[in-house]
Write a protein that binds this ligand. Structure first.
Ligand code: ZN
Length: 240
């Protein structure tokens, strides 16, 4: 892992500008809240938003990113295919990706998963987020569970079976949901983390912040030999 992972927090940044309730919870935007707590955690952080040129995700910006966080909801369709292609390439090349909450329907996540990524939902519920992989680095420092006031997401969640399942949520209405999922695609590590509905202050919750900091460390690329593909000369010639 790089000594200090360089993090880019990407946010579509629409709810905070249109909805007073959301602006009150996240006056600096969801990206601002996430960036502040990651900086406190010692990471090198920049932010990027949808309305910036190239959504703030130029080749140069992505080249200087070890881990990308993604929060989107109402404007997934406005993300350009060219930028999605660029992010996809960087993930396969080793950049970590943390997809948050309604990012389950983002172009980049559905592309990486290859499924619809659909789910059930309902506003204003109670969530108990259970650690189902004690000892996993993303759950480091947590107790058995975290309780949140949140939107409900329910199974079935149409994603491929994860490589590792870190959290399962129970909701007050009786549903359950796989809330913390680890995948590898190419050299890249991907973590999907469920909490973070814009009308709930979950990104101010210290336990949620701890999970995201842990996830950044887990998703950061491991330096190593670049893979070599294509036609290859033999390493030695056997004597005939
Ligand atoms: Zn939501």
């Amino acid at each position: 892992m790089a000594e200090t992972p360089r993090v880019t927090v990407w946010n579509e940044y629409r709810h905070e500008l249109r909805d007073e309730k959301v602006a009150k919870i996240y006056p600096e935007g969801i990206h601002g809240a996430l960036a502040a707590m990651l900086e406190e955690g010692g990471f090198e952080v920049r932010t990027a938003t949808l309305d910036e040129p190239e959504h703030g995700l130029t080749g140069e910006a992505l080249g200087a990113t070890d881990v990308l966080l993604w929060w989107g909801h109402v404007a997934h369709d406005e993300v350009s295919d060219e930028v999605v292609e660029r992010v996809h390439g960087r993930v396969l090349g080793g950049m970590g990706l943390i997809v948050l909450h309604s990012g389950h329907f983002s172009k980049i996540f559905t592309r990486l998963m290859g499924t619809t990524c659909d789910l059930k939902w309902r506003l204003d519920d109670r969530e108990r987020l259970w650690v189902v992989s004690p000892g996993h680095p993303i759950a480091e420092g947590l107790g058995e569970y975290v309780e949140l006031e949140e939107e409900m997401y329910g199974e079935h969640f149409d994603v491929p079976p994860p490589d590792e399942l870190v959290f399962v949520s129970w909701f007050g209405g009786g549903e359950v949901f796989r809330s913390g999922l680890c995948y590898r695609r190419g050299l890249g590590r991907i973590f999907y983390f469920r909490p973070g509905h814009e009308e709930n202050p979950s990104y101010h919750n210290p336990h949620v912040q701890l999970v995201i900091r842990n996830a950044v460390r887990w998703a950061a690329p491991t330096p190593g030999t670049a893979p070599v593909y294509g036609n290859a000369e033999p390493r030695e010639r056997s004597k005939g």
